[in-house]
Every structure is written in structure tokens, then in C-alpha cells.
Design a binder for this molecule. Structure first.
Ligand code: HEC
Length: 131
């Protein structure tokens, strides 16, 4: 009777282990998926930070002072690229150069009218301009 009991216990363990190989495979797949996701995110982050110089970390747009130009900037200049793409050029361009950029972006399709081009160029030169 005791012997039989032991045997049955082994059977039970064997069955349990056997059943566990299925979730085990699933677990490995989930882990693999998470690893791939992590790699993708790391590569993405590395790629993102590999682009130029300038404003390090944080939410760049929020560092900019309020003003009429900021509204235009946030509204019209974040549809195709991040504000970061603009802010990272802080200190690189003079006012006429910022104006050229705004005009170029308008040609690309930025939603700014002629008056806003002036407001925005003034603002960009003031907060991000070459001193
Ligand atoms: C229709 C899409 C679009 C909109 C809207 C847009 N941009 Fe761009 N922007 C681009 C593209 C595409 C590039 C990269 C190609 C290039 O540099 O010409 C770029 C690049 C830039 C650069 C980098 C220029 C450099 O010297 O490399 C700056 C600065 C910039 N944009 C500012 C702005 C500002 C300011 C606005 C708002 C007035 C704006 N963008 C709106 C498409 C856009």
C-alpha cells in the first residue's frame, strides 16, 4: 500500500512536469518577445540620441519661454518632427537664418501664414538664436 502510494506520487510529479512544458514554451516565447522589444527600444533610443548636439534630455519644448511665437511653434512645427528637431539647433542660427528655415518649412507645408513667419522668426531668434 505504501509502495503504491509512492508510485502514484511519482506519477503525479511526472504528469505535473509534463504539463508544465507547455506553459514553459510559452514563457520562453514571451521572454524572447520582450528581448526583441528591448533591443528595438534600445536601438531606437541610441538612434534618436545619435543625432546632433544641443539641448540634452528633458522635454525640450517645455523649456522654452511662453510667447506668441511659442504657440505658432508648437502648433505648426511639431507635425512632421519633434520640437527637439528645432530646439537642438539652439545657438546655431542668426535671425535671418531662422527666418529662412521657417520659410523653408512653410514651403514644406508648415501651417504658418506670412504674419506668423515674422512672429515665429523673431521668437526663434530670441530664444534659440546665435548670440
Ligand atoms: C511638412 C513637414 C514639416 C513641418 C510642418 C515642419 N518641418 Fe521642419 N523639417 C522638415 C523636414 C522634412 C526636415 C529635414 C529636412 C531638412 O532639413 O530640410 C526638417 C528640418 C527642420 C530643421 C533642421 C534644419 C537643419 O538645419 O538641419 C529645423 C530647425 C526645422 N525643421 C524647423 C521647423 C520649424 C521652425 C517649423 C515650424 C515653422 C517646422 N520645422 C515645421 C519638415 C517639416
Amino acid at each position: 500500500m505504501t509502495g503504491g502510494g509512492t508510485y502514484n506520487a511519482h506519477m503525479a510529479v511526472g504528469l505535473t512536469l509534463g504539463a508544465m512544458t507547455v506553459p514553459g514554451t510559452l514563457y520562453r516565447r514571451v521572454t524572447l518577445f520582450l528581448e526583441l522589444l528591448t533591443v528595438t527600444l534600445l536601438v531606437g533610443a541610441a538612434y534618436g540620441s545619435a543625432t546632433p548636439v544641443g539641448a540634452a534630455g528633458g522635454a525640450p519644448g517645455d523649456d522654452l519661454p511662453e510667447g506668441p511665437g511659442k504657440k505658432v511653434l508648437v502648433r505648426a512645427c511639431t507635425t512632421c518632427h519633434d520640437l527637439d528637431e528645432v530646439v537642438k539647433f539652439k545657438g546655431y542660427y542668426t535671425k535671418p537664418q531662422w527666418r529662412d528655415i521657417v520659410v523653408t518649412m512653410k514651403e514644406y507645408g508648415a501651417d504658418v501664414d506670412d504674419a506668423e513667419v515674422e512672429v515665429l522668426s523673431d521668437y526663434l531668434a530670441e530664444v534659440l538664436g546665435k548670440k
